[in-house]
Design a protein around this ligand. Structure first.
Ligand code: XIL
Length: 455
């Protein structure tokens, strides 16, 4: 932090050109030093701040200003006080191109995850090439704001490149998966908080006794692909927390109870075989009105007994079944945030919570599959379409504050991973150097990242 502040305080020249990488990083550094408020005269509201958006503020007619949600009042600052990691999925193009987006992420998150940039389809233009440019952008942004990074993901049945179907066979699939994991996890070795090693491998509808999803990986390699993926990830990166990540395991509906049970059996099987696994990611794509309860709590506690952490990896709350009344939608979404996060963050092995995005402007829930029938943007995240904090923001912040004392670091056997070896500043320097040294000798896409961080 000190070096970023120092850099930011030296910025006295003309307004930053945010279209350039240099300008973007300068602006991002400013945001890290002072939050969004750093852009504004004292007392000014956020760009686009509209009336009636914060609980308690609505009735008074006073809109929440940036000072009420940024800097020391940000999610990030509150999380730090409680030893928690909170953050969001990010899009490198928006970090680069949209100042409000970049500054909100910098201000609110102490952990980020690339939403798509580390998926196969993004990294693998051809069978022999890796393109790390977008993923590296996220890592450079995060490190320049003292944020940790999750990796998502190394093995999934979706987001496979077009060439996959015609190129990958039973004969070469295991080798291809191994090479991919070695290269990708190896590139970021020692730098990431955690990796989603395998994503969404359970599907009760596939109707197999082992619960495994009928996926290309299962078909081409067999059930051993999970073990192969985890073992290869551990060899490639000895410090990232290796995670199995899945959705539809939060509620106590018959289907989700069933799936949660299958996930538990999978994790038990992996552990019994000595497979390196450190955490289970509960994606947490919820709907307004959902009330996860006893079943999930039992699951989290069982995982605790197995010495596993639980990460909330992709929280968002869709409002597509609710009528178009913003206060009504916001209240229902915020209640789900409050109830869910308060319950989960009371558990000592739940130290990490990420939302799947930061603003309703770019949520995947506005995409064709999940959009509201009336075409209105959903309000599933801590900030709305115009970067106003939503009631869900305040619900999340309250839930962070409700973290019970016994869950504070020290009392907690599974405290969040923190890379050894010095201050965030030295970590940032080391990362830039390592990237430089790596500069992609093997890949077709060569890029010197050190220049990107020299703001
Ligand atoms: C989604 C992204 O948000 C979209 O932008 C993309 O088009 C499809 O994937 N579970 C996951 C995430 O693990 O990777 C998915 O992300 C959302 C569901």
């Amino acid at each position: 932090m000190p070096d970023v502040k120092a850099r930011a305080s030296l910025e006295t020249g003309p307004p930053t050109n945010l279209k350039t990488r240099r300008g973007f990083l300068k602006a991002a550094a400013r945001a890290a030093a002072g939050g969004l408020a750093a852009y504004l005269p004292p007392g000014c509201a956020a760009p686009g701040t509209g009336p009636g958006l914060g609980p308690g503020l609505e009735s008074s007619g006073i809109a929440p200003t940036l000072t009420q949600v940024s800097g020391p009042r940000s999610l990030r600052a509150h999380a730090a006080e409680h030893g928690l990691l909170v953050g969001c999925a990010v899009n490198p193009d928006k970090l680069d191109g949209e100042p409000d987006y970049a500054s909100t992420v910098a201000d609110q998150a102490n952990i980020v995850v690339p939403e798509n940039a580390l998926k196969w389809a993004a990294l693998r233009p051809t069978p022999s090439q890796f393109d790390f440019r977008k993923a590296d952008d996220v890592v450079v942004f995060a490190f320049s704001h003292q944020q940790k990074v999750r990796g998502h993901n190394l093995c999934w049945h979706e987001a496979l490149p077009a060439w996959f179907r015609t190129t990958v066979t039973r004969d070469n699939a295991a080798q291809l998966l191994t090479e991919h994991i070695r290269t990708v996890a190896g590139r970021y070795a020692g730098k990431l908080h955690s990796w989603d090693v395998v994503n969404e491998a359970i599907d009760v509808k596939s109707a197999r006794p082992d619960g495994l999803r009928d996926s290309p990986w299962l078909e081409l390699i067999g059930p051993g692909y999970l073990e192969l993926a985890f073992r290869t990830a551990r060899e490639a990166d000895g410090t990232a927390l290796l995670t199995y990540n899945d959705y539809g395991i939060e509620l106590d509906t018959p289907e989700q109870i069933d799936k949660r049970g299958q996930v538990m059996m999978l994790v038990r099987r992996l552990q019994a075989r000595g497979v390196p696994i450190d955490a289970v990611g509960v994606q947490s794509h919820l709907s307004a009105g959902d009330a996860p309860g006893a079943g999930l709590l039992h699951f989290v506690r069982e995982l605790h007994d197995m010495r596993l952490q639980v990460f909330i990896t992709e929280l968002d709350v869709n409002d597509r079944k609710l009528p178009d009344s913003v206060p009504e939608r916001d209240a229902a979404v915020a209640k789900t945030y409050r109830d869910y996060l308060t319950m989960m963050l009371a558990e000592p092995n739940v130290n990490v919570a990420l939302t799947w995005g930061i603003t309703g402007r770019y949520t995947w829930l506005n995409g064709p599959k999940y959009a509201r029938a009336d075409g209105k943007p959903e309000r599933p995240l801590p900030f709305d379409y115009d970067y106003n904090p939503t009631p869900a923001f305040f619900a999340e912040r309250d839930a962070i504050d409700s973290r019970r004392r016994t869950a504070l670091p020290g009392a907690n056997p599974y405290a969040p991973f923190s890379p050894s070896g010095g201050s965030p500043q030295s970590q940032e320097k080391r990362s830039a150097l390592d990237f430089d040294r790596g500069s992609d000798r093997k890949s077709g896409v060569v890029r010197n990242l050190a220049s990107s961080v020299s703001v």
